[in-house]
Write a protein that binds this ligand. Structure first.
Ligand SMILES: Nc1nc2c(ncn2[C@@H]2O[C@H](COP(=O)(O)OP(=O)(O)OP(=O)(O)O)[C@@H](O)[C@H]2O)c(=O)[nH]1
Ligand SMILES: [Mg+2]
Length: 374
């Protein structure tokens, strides 16, 4: 029912250059997304156009090239580094006789693989259904028009698609209600912590920046960290004691990516709210990545979308070992530590993070730890 690759795991990537200066980075990222999904990339079809073709996204010549590449590489899956309209996706699937995934579909597929917690699974299902329902509705308008439009619903005129659409709507409503309850529970836990004077700190950043590695270092935990995009999906929170600062609750959560599908941002409201409601964000940046500046902009864009633009940030430039840099810190014009350079992997520079936390929140009252449960 959902956008899910079927059959073998060999895929051909399709990436068109519309003059985007980040074309190379974004193609590299698509490779990483595909391998993170457990797919094998057998070929890449590239092209250049002023704008997408309305019917097939690529031109008919490029579509033929893609068909030949799929056949030649025994692949039954084409992945576009773009968002396709429902009709483009359908036209391509018909022409290529294979499954076609767009970028959002691929990200949703990875999320579905990763979701472990009850809340995570509900959020992924909601995102998938929302993605699917826009497709059904949009893909459908022409059918309804052919039938004569409004007024022919119900009774014998009701089709299977109409039923599907109604079922989806009902399921979406139910999922939203369930997530709303979980969100309210989280809210209660947060106000509990706040009353007990515990600082809540969230790790945010581009996917694969090293958030989970840093989380493990600071809390001596063993959450999953890997060279994969979206290794983390579910939020994990741990209490820890920082000298001269007090108890804090640190949360590790899902990473961001450029053009993060809106359906995901919306559906992951409960998880992302953890960041929006934090007292401080540790914004982790992969300083060894050539795309770091763009990634910082992208993360700040998503933070704004979830209403977290005013939460104070400490910029943590991570992976200094790969970039040949030394640990360090920088203060802003008011003397506050605003940036630190660290290696989460090798544990260097972490005292600068502790120092920044202590300086920012020296007045945190210590309260009874049993209040912090959850
Ligand atoms: N060289 C180097 N690699 C690091 C460092 N910190 C993390 N990594 C590597 O970067 C990759 C991603 O690390 P994660 O901690 O999973 O990154 P994340 O930000 O949690 O990623 P997602 O959960 O996928 O969003 C892993 O292969 C880590 O080993 C570092 O300081 N130096
Ligand atoms: Mg992670």
């Amino acid at each position: 029912m959902f956008d899910r690759p079927v059959g073998n795991d060999a895929a051909v990537l399709v990436c068109l250059d519309f003059g985007d200066p980040e074309y190379v980075d974004s193609l590299q990222e698509l490779h990483h997304l595909a391998s993170s999904a457990g797919l094998k990339v057998t070929a890449v079809v590239e092209g250049r156009r002023p704008k997408p073709d309305a019917a097939l996204f690529v031109g008919s010549g490029k579509a033929e090239e893609l068909r030949a590449s799929l056949l030649g590489n025994a692949s039954k899956l084409a992945i576009f580094n773009h968002d396709l309209s429902p009709s483009q996706q359908r036209n391509l699937e018909k022409l290529l006789e294979c499954r076609v995934l767009d970028r959002t579909g691929l990200i949703l597929y990875i999320f579905a693989q990763r979701a472990k917690s009850h809340e995570g699974k509900l959020q992924v299902e909601l995102a998938q259904l929302e993605h699917l329902s826009t497709r059904l509705i949009r893909g459908w308008t022409h059918l309804e028009r052919q039938k004569g439009g409004i007024g022919v619903r119900g009774g014998p005129g009701e089709t299977q698609l109409e039923l599907d659409r109604r079922q989806i709507r009902e399921r979406v409503k139910l999922l939203k209600e369930k997530l709303q309850k979980l969100k309210a529970q989280r809210g209660q836990q947060r106000s509990f912590r706040r009353r007990s004077g515990v600082l809540s700190v969230s790790l945010v950043g581009y996917t694969n920046a090293g958030k989970s590695t840093l989380f493990n270092r600071l809390t001596q935990s063993g959450v999953y960290a890997a060279n994969q995009l979206f290794a983390t999906l579910d939020t994990t929170s741990r209490k820890l004691y920082i000298p001269d600062c007090g108890q804090i609750v640190l949360s590790d959560t899902v990473g961001f990516i450029r053009n993060l599908p809106h359906t995901l941002v919306e559906s992951f409201g409960a998880t992302l709210e953890e960041a929006a409601q934090a007292d401080l964000l540790l914004h982790i940046v992969d300083v060894a990545s050539e795309a770091r500046e763009q990634q910082i902009i992208e993360v700040n864009r998503v933070l704004k979308e979830i209403g977290a633009q005013d939460v104070p940030q400490l910029l943590v430039l991570n992976k200094i070992d790969s970039a040949g840099m030394e640990p360090g810190l920088e203060r802003d014009e008011y003397g506050k530590i605003s940036k630190v350079w660290v290696s989460a992997q090798y544990g260097s520079g972490l005292d600068f993070i502790r120092q920044a936390l202590a300086e920012r929140h020296q007045k945190i009252e210590l309260n009874s730890p049993e209040l912090l449960a959850g």
